[in-house]
Each structure stands twice: as structure tokens, then as C-alpha cells.
Design a protein around this ligand. Sequence first.
Ligand SMILES: [Zn+2]
Ligand SMILES: [Zn+2]
Length: 233
Amino acid sequence: MNPIMVKAKRCLSLPVFAVLLLMIFLYYTTIFIFIHYWVDTSHESSKDNAERKKCDKCFAYKPPRTHHCRVCRRCVLKMDHHCLWINNCVGYWNYKAFFVFALYATIASIHSAVLFICCVYHKNWDSVKGSLLKIFYVMYGTMLMAMTVTLLTLFGWHVYLVLQNMTTIEYYEAKRAKWLAAKSGKSYRHPFNIGVYTNITSILGPNMLKWLCPTAVGHLKDGVSFATIRDNS
Ligand SMILES: [Zn+2]
Ligand SMILES: [Zn+2]
């Protein structure tokens, strides 16, 4: 027999052919079934998302931006924080009222501080006998300044959040997301930051004349769905 034919017959023997078939079978099964299943985690992620969308305390559907408040014992739409001073949660329905309240309280505080400074400046201290009145002025001034600085900081912080269309909770979540993204060489952008003007109007309303009216909340919808940067792209 031709030596080439002998070699070919040996190569295509039943055991070699079986091994070849097995290799092809394993190769294609690995590539098209197992790697595909492993890489395409949509099944797993949809399961995770479904779990994430459910509140583990209320056992109810939890829309995006909603968080469970342990103090109020309920889920709060677009929860910002639980405010001890108003003994309530600040969320989707009352955020504008809270923001405007912080603005008015800051203005009132600054107004009081200006009046107090003018009063101190124009007072004839030489005619004041004893130190009781001076102590009262110092205590009052200290409290007023502390409150003014606190309210200014609080209001400034919420101006920043409104410009970013971010809640206080989301700020801390974004901080972590940025850190994780940076670790993998990516960048993170807050998904609800859809431009400064749109961010402001989505919270304070489309009519600029009603921005400072706490009860003008006709622009609020359901608090369940929100525009994202993906909608604009
Ligand atoms: Zn809940
Ligand atoms: Zn609460």
C-alpha cells in the first residue's frame, strides 16, 4: 500500500476519529453554551434586579431612588434623608418645601444677624452698667452665628444637590460608585443628572416665578420613574 495511504488510514482510525469528534464537541459546547452562559449574565442580573427592586422590610416593590426609612418604617420615594428637626422623611413629595424652607430660614437668620451686628455697633456700651447685658449679647450672638453658619451650610449643600439632581443618599452611593469605577479604569456619572436647568426645573418646577412657592408642586408626577442621561443619548 502507498505509504501516504497507510499514514492517512492510521490517522483516521476509529479511536482517533472518536477523539477528534469528542474534541470538537467539547470545543463548541464550551464556546457556544458554557462561555456564553457565563458571560451573558442577564439571567442572573435580572434576578438580582428583581431582588433589589423589592424592599426586604415592606416586601413591596421598591421603585428607583426609593429607600426604606427605619424611623418612619416605610419606603419613601426619592428619599433624601430622615430629618430630625421636622420629624419626617424628606423625599419626593416634600423636597421642594424642605428646600424652600431651608432658603427662607437661611435668609431670616442672615437678616437677624445683620440686625444684631448693627445693634451691637450702634449701642452706647459706656452707658451699660454691669456685665449681665454683655453676657446676654455674647450668648445671643454666638447662638445666632452658629445657626446662621449651619443653615448656610445646609442650604449650600442642597443647592449643590439640586444642581446635580441628586439626593443626599445618592451622593454617598455615587461616591462609592466613583471609587469602584476608578478602580476598573472607568468613570461614573450620576444617571439622573440631565443638565443643570432641567435638574432645577424637575425639582422646583418649570415656572421660574413659582420656584420659591413651597406649595407649587403641580409638576410632580408619580415619583416612580425619572428621566436619565440614557434617555437623552
Ligand atoms: Zn420598605
Ligand atoms: Zn423617615
